[in-house]
Design a binder for this molecule. Structure first.
Ligand code: PAD
Ligand code: ZN
Ligand code: ZN
Length: 378
């Protein structure tokens, strides 16, 4: 029997307040309004950005349903939706592409002004019409990054969903919804890594390893992975890192080590952790005159950086970008096609697969540094 137009009762992981476990609850998911899409989630990765909310370092309205790296199937659509239809395989987009705002119209920009992240005063946790589609125990539950994928069903704005190849394996391509797209795009199209170049990647989690994959695809000759967890090194080398360093193995600051071992500094560096000290270290690791450093890790809230501006004056470039610079609705389907054409792997990034009900175990694995990506299956 069709569920279109009806409220769906299903299981979702609700985070009632920070620093608490997620709670599997029965929630009500309202039908999509005009220009909205209801999606049956099939798989969802756990990204560090979800954990930043749990730990309290990323502030969003509570209670909330987290999750933003997923794949699913359209269950029903609201009036006026033209780009997806029921039955389509889709990826929800934590960075939307409205196609109409000033950033979407700019050839280089991708941080769409409809992204809830850009709301003046911080995230609102609601869809574009200003309301939520989730309730639990009589209370409205907030959305997260316009996606909320730790639930059997979600509702998103049409700007926040892309149809993908009907043959795509959803339990793998969910990673293209955030971590992979972010890391890979940061290397190939934000930094524009050049053939023969030397790169340093700080942080070898799911996003950092995707930067490594991008650096290799772009033809970098030397890719130096930096992480305080040496258990990450084998996978980094499998994916293209030529060397790996643990800053704790050295007396001097890691930027000095990198400058020495590369004869003056790297061409491109990436901070994929989300710490102020490593952001500055990554910048200082670049060669003066032309080095480019990219901030990929989400900066910790309410903290400021002081650094020596001579680093910039001397010709280094410091950049940042969300979502790998991709204009999401246009690019995500192409990335899925590239995966299907075997242009890059995703399997090595998936270290664990767990049933949705074990979501807290997935977060524990991430915090303990034991997983790269856990994919939850529904
Ligand atoms: P992760 O936790 O899997 O990986 C982080 C890695 O950093 C781990 O391997 C840690 O061991 C390592 N690390 C921690 N501290 C240090 C240190 N002081 N020096 C060296 N290494 C260290 O996270 P992830 O790969 O899922 O995400 C990485 C960051 O990227 C995180 O801040 C996340 O919020 C951010 C992100 N940004 C975007 C975006 O659009 N910019 C998208 C998705 C994720
Ligand atoms: Zn993410
Ligand atoms: Zn836009």
């Amino acid at each position: 029997m069709s569920t279109a137009g009806k409220v769906i009762r299903c299981r979702a992981a609700v985070l009632w307040e920070p620093r608490k476990p997620l709670s599997i609850e029965e929630v009500e998911v309202a039908p999509p309004k005009a220009l909205e899409v209801r999606i049956k989630i099939v798989s969802s990765g756990i990204c560090s950005s979800d954990d930043h909310v749990v730990s309290g370092s990323l502030k969003v309205p509570f209670p909330v349903i987290l999750g933003h790296e997923a794949a699913g199937i359209v269950e029903s659509i609201g009036d006026g939706v033209t780009t997806v239809k029921p039955g389509d395989k889709v990826i929800p987009l934590p960075n939307p592409q409205c196609g109409k705002c000033r950033v979407c119209k700019h050839p280089e920009g991708n941080l769409c002004l409809k992204n809830d992240w850009c709301s003046p005063g911080g995230p609102t946790g609601v869809l574009q019409d200003g309301t939520s589609r989730f309730t639990c125990r009589g209370q409205a539950i907030h959305h997260f990054l316009g996606t909320s994928t730790f639930t059997e069903f979600t509702v998103v704005d049409e700007d926040s969903v892309a149809r993908i190849d009907a043959a795509a394996p959803l339990e793998k391509v969910c990673l293209i919804g955030c971590g992979f797209a972010t890391g890979y795009g940061s290397a190939i199209q934000v930094a524009k890594v050049t053939p023969g170049s030397t790169c340093a990647v700080f942080g070898l989690g799911g996003v950092g390893l995707s930067v490594v994959v991008g650096c290799r695809a772009a033809g970098a000759a030397r890719i130096i992975g930096v992480d305080i967890n040496k258990d990450k090194f084998a996978k980094a080398k499998e994916l293209g890192a030529t060397e790996c360093l643990n800053p704790r193995d050295f007396e001097k600051p890691i930027q000095e080590v990198l400058v020495e071992m590369t004869g003056g500094g790297v061409d491109f560096s990436f901070e994929v952790i989300g710490r102020l000290d490593t952001m500055e270290a990554a910048l200082a690791s670049c060669h003066m005159g032309y080095g480019v450093s990219l901030v990929v890790g989400v900066p910790p809230g309410a903290q400021k950086l002081t650094f020596d501006p001579i680093l910039l004056f001397n010709g280094r470039t410091w950049k940042g970008a969300v979502y790998g610079g991709w204009k999401s609705k246009d690019s995500i389907p192409k990335l899925v096609s590239d995966f299907m054409a075997k242009k890059f792997p995703l399997d090595p990034l998936i270290t664990h697969v767990l049933p949705f009900g074990q979501i807290n175990k997935g977060f524990d694995l991430l915090r303990a540094g034991k997983s790269i990506r856990t994919v939850l299956t529904f």
